[in-house]
Design a protein around this ligand. Structure first.
Ligand SMILES: [Mg+2]
Length: 435
């Protein structure tokens, strides 16, 4: 973890955030000339229920949004060209992009398949004019990656503000945030436009009287800490005052989710299984948000009589998917039951359950070659959480999150669009996920 005293403000705009515009769709247009200038939508699959994960710039202009089903999208935009994903293609463009960025700085951190931070803080003697560097990068991307590809670049004193700047102008943007202009830039912005502030955090801040980014910037660290009821408040203070909080986003050593089980809850094994599922989904969500996969999984289950079931697993492949983690845990539990000829591990005597993930790998380093078929699944999962953040987490759910579904008995993976539903209000469920 960071030490508060080491957070120093960088008052010069030396961090670039490069965000490729409509990346997947643009890669398709780059590869197939006929698609250029047309509204294109990359979908999980191209049947009428296929969900759109990446509309092209042209499609966005016509109102086609990520998360829409093809059936709805075709009504909005009848000329829309639906395409299936080509993960290997996007990966190749990603590698070319990163190679271009690395010509400018060794401090390049890929943030996702279509985003990267280029830190020029240590290169200030070489580059006098960061706007010129950004323009040179745009030119090199056109020349060396693909002439149809556009990106928005944000320049700012830290990675967070640089990302924010890159969001301000799309497509083909170039925006710089400096200590001199930041107040002007933040002035009319809704607080939920700040990356990382979803509806829950916005509500907590609203209760504390903070409704605008500028109020957030000028609130004292102490006030924010108590308003957010956590250290996160302090992070926001530093981010908006030019401290660097996001260059070691992979700083987690482990993540844990734990729940006590009430007497009532343990009367039904299906409720216990739901809770176990919610723990795994909580960790999945955190890993997705932090762009990491885990190589080690752990589970701890305690019982009324003081007995503890504990299992630590080093997985052959790094994991991020909650449903897959459940399958791994359940296989091992079955093994344990067979070997010891005992009752099921999740039974009516359980008093608490905890799941742990550790030994993280950044998503970008997870070898996509091993995952050829999973890339679209991983991308989909990420897109899903982005949609959830934007529209509220209850709007879209995986089938496994709907509690009237036969959860766990009918495990569905992520490749199918059946997994996405307009969800009911999640507060109706018998328990809430603990963070
Ligand atoms: Mg992008």
């Amino acid at each position: 973890m960071y030490n508060e005293n080491t957070i120093k403000a960088n008052l010069k705009a030396t961090v670039l955030f490069v965000d490729m515009n409509s990346f997947f769709a643009s890669c398709e247009q780059q590869t197939n000339y006929w698609l250029r200038g047309r509204p294109v939508a990359v979908c999980v699959y191209t049947g009428k229920n296929g969900a759109i994960i990446a509309p092209s710039i042209e499609a966005k202009k016509m109102g086609v949004k990520m998360g829409l089903r093809l059936e709805e999208a075709m009504q909005i935009c009848p000329e829309l060209v639906p395409l299936e994903t080509h993960p290997a293609r996007y990966r190749d463009f990603h590698v070319k992009l990163i190679n271009v960025l690395k010509k400018y700085s060794q401090d390049v951190i890929p943030r996702s398949i279509d985003e990267a931070v280029v830190d020029l803080t240590n290169y200030q003697l070489i580059y006098k004019d960061m706007t010129q560097v950004a323009m040179d990068i745009k030119r090199d991307i056109k020349n060396e990656v693909g002439d149809w590809l556009k990106c928005s670049i944000g320049i700012a004193p830290n990675a967070f503000l640089a990302k924010l700047a890159s969001d301000m102008q799309k497509p083909d943007g170039l925006t710089i945030i400096t200590p001199e202009n930041i107040d002007e830039k933040l002035k009319n912005m809704p607080i939920t436009d700040l990356p990382g502030i979803a509806s829950g955090m916005a509500e907590r801040l609203r209760v504390a009287g903070i409704t605008t980014p500028l109020q957030l910037r000028y609130a004292t660290p102490e006030y924010l800490k108590s308003a957010c009821k956590s250290i996160i408040g302090l992070h926001w203070h530093y981010r908006l005052n030019f401290g660097e909080m996001d260059m070691q986003a992979q700083g987690y050593k482990s993540m844990q989710a734990m729940r006590q089980v009430s007497r009532d809850q343990r009367k039904k094994v299906s409720v216990l299984e739901d809770i176990f599922l919610s723990l795994c989904m909580t960790l999945e969500k955190r890993m997705v948000k932090n762009n990491v996969f885990a190589k080690k999984l752990g589970v701890t289950i305690r019982y009324e009589d003081g007995f503890t079931y504990e299992d630590n697993i080093r997985t052959a492949m790094p994991q991020q998917d909650g449903i897959k983690m459940i399958q791994i845990f359940r296989n091992r539990m079955q093994h344990y039951v067979d070997k010891n000829r005992c009752e099921a591990v999740i039974n009516k005597r359980v008093t608490s359950m905890g799941v742990l993930v550790t030994d993280f790998l950044p998503t970008e380093l997870v070898q996509y070659d091993l995952f050829e078929n999973n890339v679209r699944i991983d991308t989909m999962r990420k897109a899903l959480y982005e949609v959830k953040d934007k529209h509220g987490k209850d709007k879209i759910m995986r089938a496994s999150e709907l509690h009237d579904e036969p959860v766990l008995k009918d495990v569905i993976g992520f490749g199918s669009v059946k997994d996405i539903y307009e969800g009911d209000d999640d507060t109706k469920s018998p328990f809430s996920i603990q963070f």
